[in-house]
Ligand binder design. Structure first.
Ligand code: EPZ
Length: 420
């Protein structure tokens, strides 16, 4: 197993470029199954989730080439074979194969999705949509099989999601773009990644309206053609580096940032007194002093992103005062707390809420990443802490942060990836 080793306390400065959005590409790649021709994606991040998805697409018969963040996929040779379980359960977003295979073939056999330990990760709302469109669900061992009666096409439906769900919103779009008739999704999630997927599908010939609002209408079409598409910047990677710059930087510019995707996050930083200069598609963060502790409550987009509460925590710990962090999306997203406590943080979890005391000085320790964004929080804490920090379980981190060691070394960090 590999681990990340950091000698903290170094002055970090310079420039870091944000890559393409992980939570977009994990849907954009399966969406290409719906195309009758080659699709090219630019700005695809070099992360292990992308490697896993490329493997799965090739196993199914697609021709794939990936060079300098440009991914070219020819889906014409894809056969609808049962998904390779070992690959599927390595990433949560494998559930997007349900929607795209159903949309193309009227059936799909996929291993049940895996992913981070954020507590139960149900897919009941995905299944509710597929059943409303004419698919039936059956279980075969570790896999689930979705199929319409004798391979008929799916039909449109009017679905209301009582929980705002990114995954089920996107999966319903994937299933609906070639279904018979109209699908309306009510109480849809509004994340930018949903707009990115809808943009790709519409450029392939789909008829999707309202992506980014809470009502999305899809008119089914017969055929989807090839196209070329630029992936949106990763707002969560951007937020992670902005938090890092405020916590451990002495002047860092984060480029390829869409400010409008981070408004609630930046508002919180401004409430803390973080001094930033916001440019067209970049943010410059100075060295910070005298920050004010604030409380965080996550919410579906455009609220404060659940994926950013953990990466922001180390910065909160050095602010003056005390505060709370409550994650309304994933109550159990607190596994980073005991690891930060080992580094000297004064934090506790009470009734699903994190309570923290600021003005902490962190010291290096041996810690483990429990999920992707918890791992990011530990990297930031390690860069801030005096002494040596060793982080194990780092495969989580490499799933979502492309070239993180290279990017941090370029800022002056003393960080390395070593065999444990
Ligand atoms: C996406 O997960 C992201 N992952 C997550 O990012 C992100 O935290 C999450 O959206 C919320 O923004 C990807 O896009 C690959 P949801 P997803 O469906 O789609 C409940 C990261 O760190 N729910 O929006 O799985 C669910 O339990 C990852 O990059 C159901 O009850 O999240 C949760 O409480 C972590 N039934 C809430 O809805 C369902 O069928 C929101 O989940 C589906 C979801």
């Amino acid at each position: 197993m590999r681990k990340i080793v950091i000698n903290g306390g170094k002055a970090l400065r310079g420039e870091v470029a944000v890559s393409g959005a992980k939570n977009s590409v994990v849907a954009l790649i399966p969406a290409i199954i719906l195309s009758d021709d080659i699709v090219i994606l630019d700005g695809v991040p070099a992360i292990s989730d992308v490697d896993s998805l490329i493997d799965i697409m090739e196993i199914m018969g697609a021709k794939v080439s990936y060079q300098d963040e440009t991914l070219e996929i020819d889906p014409r040779g894809i056969q609808n074979i049962p998904m390779p379980y070992g690959k599927i359960n390595s990433l949560r977003a494998s559930y997007y194969f349900y929607g795209s295979l159903l949309g193309r073939f009227g059936e799909a056999t996929v291993g049940l999705p895996g992913g981070c330990d954020l507590g139960p990760r149900p897919i009941d709302l995905h299944l509710k949509a597929f059943e409303a469109m004419g698919a039936t669900v059956s279980y075969e061992g570790e896999s689930m099989r979705l199929a319409t009666s004798d391979g008929e096409k799916l039909h449109g439906t009017h679905i209301y999601f009582d929980t705002v769900t990114v995954g089920a919103t996107i999966n319903t779009m994937l299933a609906a773009v070639k279904a018979k008739g109209r699908t309306v999704i009510e109480n849809a999630a509004r994340e930018p990644e949903i707009i990115d997927v809808a943009t790709l599908l519409n450029n392939m010939g789909a008829h999707i309206r309202g992506a980014g609002t809470d009502i999305i209408t899809i008119e089914g079409v017969e055929q989807l053609k090839g196209t070329r598409h630029q992936v949106i910047p990763d707002r969560i990677e951007a937020g992670t580096y902005i938090a890092l710059a405020a916590a451990a930087g002495e002047g860092i510019k984060i480029t390829n940032v869409l400010y409008e995707h981070l408004e609630s996050f930046i508002a919180k930083l401004e409430e803390m007194g973080v001094r930033m200069t916001i440019e067209e598609d970049a943010i410059f963060v100075e060295k910070q002093e005298n920050l004010k502790a604030v409380s965080i409550k996550t919410a579906p987009y455009p609220g404060f992103a659940t994926d950013l509460q953990q990466p922001l925590t180390p910065l909160l710990l050095i602010a003056n005062g005390r505060g709370t962090i409550s994650d309304t999306i994933y109550e159990k997203r607190v596994n980073h707390v005991p690891e930060l406590v080992r580094m000297g943080a004064d934090m506790s979890v009470l009734g699903g809420r994190v309570i923290y005391q600021g003005s902490t000085s962190l010291t290096g320790a041996q810690v483990k990443a429990t999920d992707l964004r918890a791992g990011a929080a530990l990297v930031i804490a390690g860069l801030m802490a005096e002494g040596r920090t060793e982080i194990t379980n780092i495969e989580f981190i490499l799933r979502g942060y492309s070239n993180i060691i290279t990017k941090l070394r370029a800022l002056g960090a003393d960080i390395s990836l070593v065999e444990d």
